[in-house]
Design a protein around this ligand. Sequence first.
Ligand SMILES: [Fe+2]
Ligand SMILES: [Fe+2]
Length: 363
Amino acid sequence: MTAIRDIYAIEPEGSTWPVPQQYDVRFNWDYDDGRQTMLHLYRKGVEMQWNAETRIDWSQELDEENPEQLPDQMLPIGTMPRYLAMSEKEKAEVRRHFQAWQISQFMQGEQGALICAAKIVTQVPDVDSKFYASTQVIDEARHVESYKRLLEKFRVAYPMTPPLQELIDQVLRDSRWDMTYLGMQVVIEGLALAAFQQIRDNAQNPLAAAVNAYVMQDESRHVAFGRLALRDFYPQLTQKERDEREEFLLEASYLMRDRFDAVEVWKRLGLDPAECAAHMYDSGFMQMFRNSLFTRIVPIVKDIGLWGETIQKGYGEMGILEFANADVQALQEADESIARDFDARRAYVESVVSRAAALEPAE
Ligand SMILES: [Fe+2]
Ligand SMILES: [Fe+2]
């Protein structure tokens, strides 16, 4: 058995991370006031539970040279001359570390989601939201478990990257209940969905692809929850209060756009961070990632009614206003049906194996 603490490439600071809290937990004595759409989402959350132990075939292994079997274009430094000049063995090491860094951020971020969902249960005023959020708590625990098991197979792990920690810290310390939703359900989940999708759609390794497909199936409910809850709430706020949220969104958008690179990995592998950064900036890799990131976030921001002057001006300057029209509904439906395709694939493979076992032995 591999323990994550034994495979950290960089030691995390301390063995736990305390984040002080200052907010009231809230009981609600009105049990019958549920919104139909919210209760429907809760029911769906209950019905669509799954067990990571059995739904995923953990006997599958990662590839030795290229764990998730991703094309080198998905390595941010995959076309950098210094990388191209490396031996096959060195290249394999870069791939393993970068991919493990990414899966580590997923695992650490999922723990953030687990804690935020639990906070929502205690803090949100409506009973229907408490019900729904409780299903998300177990979803997020399952996601932590799934990425942890995948990460063990890499034999290397990374601590939470400082920009992600900064964002989660800010979201958790804020005493306004909607900020946890906005930061976690809209911004961080949006970032996560974009990153999961890249692996789900490009990994030739069936285990890595399946883990991401199944996690995404749940995440589409989480995003729907954020939309539902916030769409009802934001019109009730004053313009000044909405402006504060828009400013937070802009700040978080810049943070994600500019600081989610794997600088820890380049440093750990003895590469020149400046050379890597210059290469990533010019290579179009980050551009591709940002586009898919903002496709997941901008339409939601518009939909929940945080679409004042501040955000439109800011997103205009970032060149991402056009993403407001992306069809998130279609993306969510695709996320659900792709997960079902992975179930069908596994069922097919198993049926062939069992039919082959029933045949007469070969001469
Ligand atoms: Fe999650
Ligand atoms: Fe989630």
